[in-house]
Design a protein around this ligand. Structure first.
Ligand SMILES: [Fe+2]
Length: 471
């Protein structure tokens, strides 16, 4: 017969064994990577007031405002300059000159305006400059004849496999105090982004009654401090749809397509929502989550013709941008990208896309290289598997809009999820050469040089095996 002390000792041993067992079991379940519980303020962030300094209207009669640029051709020798004027249409001319030249050149653009419910836009100008020299600093001037304003940009180097180039990544930006911190962090990051890849959801004007389009104007003035000096490459998100039949507004994407022009025809696209560009050593394909993308649609036909055209010996880095992520383990928007995954993931694997950037989910997440293309409903193979031909999926919808962060995550963290955290921030994709690129995620609470998550990304065309998911 056991003494009372022996019984207590046996019970303690039993509890210890059970606890160890539970711990081991849960670590088996939660082998997905890292879920960061970094603490930050939880409340929603308000939009900055309309009289904030970041929305200041530039002084002078008919002064150009909301100046922004994007790539204007397929190869990187063109720039589309866009701006608005408030008092009268004014000039559509852009005067530009290379830094080392006194020869001033002229390009003529167009002017348009649109109405949305009870709002009439300013005069919106778009001017495409072509045949620029590669890797050259240009100054440009708009507002000819009235108040003129001067800006500058640098064209990319001619495409080649080992051209280093640095892209910034921002999504779901909006115009809150957090949005302002995100943009400031991006601009002050010592690893300077030379071109910004924007993964959709711009102004969030549609969150206001009647889709208050003056909030498109404030947003245009807010981003000018970056977007007038380096190209922002546009992806359309759901907040660009602006479909409101109750307001008599039944043309989708009306404010977006009037305000943001992209060089879609240069890549053979038939609509401004999906297109591609080359820039330095990268080939960037922009996809449209909110345009028809099923089999036989124009977007589908374009993409399946586009992917085989990519010459990885010239542009080794194949990057896809879309708004709605195909892999996300957050509860919010869970599986919204599944239809697109089912249709396009086999192509991404076949053509070895290096990385897919998306937004929509207001948080950050990075995946392992996985694919789920074996899944066909009846075979039960519905768990993504490690696949060295698959892209890394990065959700960067954490720009800082007024809808706030999403904190709720599916548990346990799925195996494909390498790192996830609900904080505002931006990304930097820093291409070093044909084989190596470094991705860093910068959260707004940290110093400008701090990376809260980072990874070396090895090129899929020149490398077949990636050692580790962590840098
Ligand atoms: Fe979205």
């Amino acid at each position: 017969m056991r003494t009372e002390r022996e019984v207590r000792w046996a019970c303690a041993n039993f509890v210890f064994v059970v606890l160890v067992g539970l711990t081991l079991n849960s670590s088996n379940l939660c082998d997905g990577g890292q879920t960061s519980r970094f603490a930050r303020k939880n409340g929603l962030s308000a939009d900055m007031p309309i009289d904030s300094d970041v929305f200041r209207v530039p002084p002078g009669y008919n002064a150009p405002q909301q100046v922004h640029i994007t790539q204007g051709d397929f190869a990187g020798k063109g720039v589309i300059v866009s701006w608005t004027t408030a008092d009268e249409p004014g000039s559509n001319t852009v005067i530009y000159w290379a830094e080392n030249s006194t020869k001033h050149l002229h390009a003529e653009g167009i002017v348009l305006s649109y109405k949305y419910f009870n709002y009439t836009s300013f005069y919106i100008h778009h001017c495409t400059i072509t045949n620029l020299e590669f890797d050259t600093k240009y100054y440009y001037e708009v507002g000819v004849g009235n108040t003129t304003r001067q800006f500058c940009f640098i064209t990319p180097p001619k495409s080649g496999p080992d051209i280093p180039y640095t892209f910034g990544l921002i999504g779901d930006l909006g115009q809150t105090y957090d949005s302002n911190r995100t943009l400031t962090h991006y601009q002050l990051n010592p690893t300077e982004g030379k071109t910004l890849l924007f993964v959709g959801d711009l102004s969030y004007a549609d969150d206001y009654p009647f889709h208050e389009n003056t909030r498109w104007d404030t947003w245009g003035r807010f981003i000018e401090r970056s977007a007038a000096y380096q190209p922002w490459i546009w992806t359309a998100g759901n907040h660009e749809i602006d479909f409101a039949s109750n307001l008599g507004e039944d043309i989708p994407f009306k404010p977006y397509t009037n305000r943001f022009h992209v060089p879609f025809t240069a890549s053979g696209s038939t609509a401004p929502f999906w297109y591609s560009i080359k820039r330095a050593s990268a080939y960037i394909i922009v996809m449209a989550s909110y345009s028809a993308f099923g089999k036989y649609t124009p977007q589908y036909e374009w993409l399946i013709n586009e992917l085989p055209k990519v010459n990885r010996r010239e542009t080794p880095w194949l990057i896809v941008l879309m708004h709605c992520p195909m892999y996300s383990s957050y509860v919010h928007h869970y599986m919204e990208g599944e239809t697109m995954r089912v249709i396009y993931e086999p192509y991404f694997v076949k053509y070895k896309v290096d990385v897919v950037f998306a937004g929509h989910v207001h948080a950050y997440e990075r995946s392992e290289r996985v694919s789920n293309i074996a899944y066909n409903i009846t075979n039960g193979l519905c768990t993504p598997i490690s696949d060295q031909s698959a892209p890394v999926y990065i959700t960067i919808g954490d720009g800082g809009n007024q809808e706030g962060l999403v904190f709720e995550m599916t548990e346990p963290q799925p195996a494909y999820s390498a790192y996830r955290e609900a904080s505002f921030g931006h990304g930097i994709f820093d291409i070093k050469n044909r084989t190596h690129a470094y991705f860093g995620w910068h959260r707004n609470q940290d110093g400008y040089a701090v990376e809260a998550d980072s990874v070396w990304i090895l090129n899929r065309y020149y490398n077949t095996v990636e050692g580790s998911s962590a840098a």
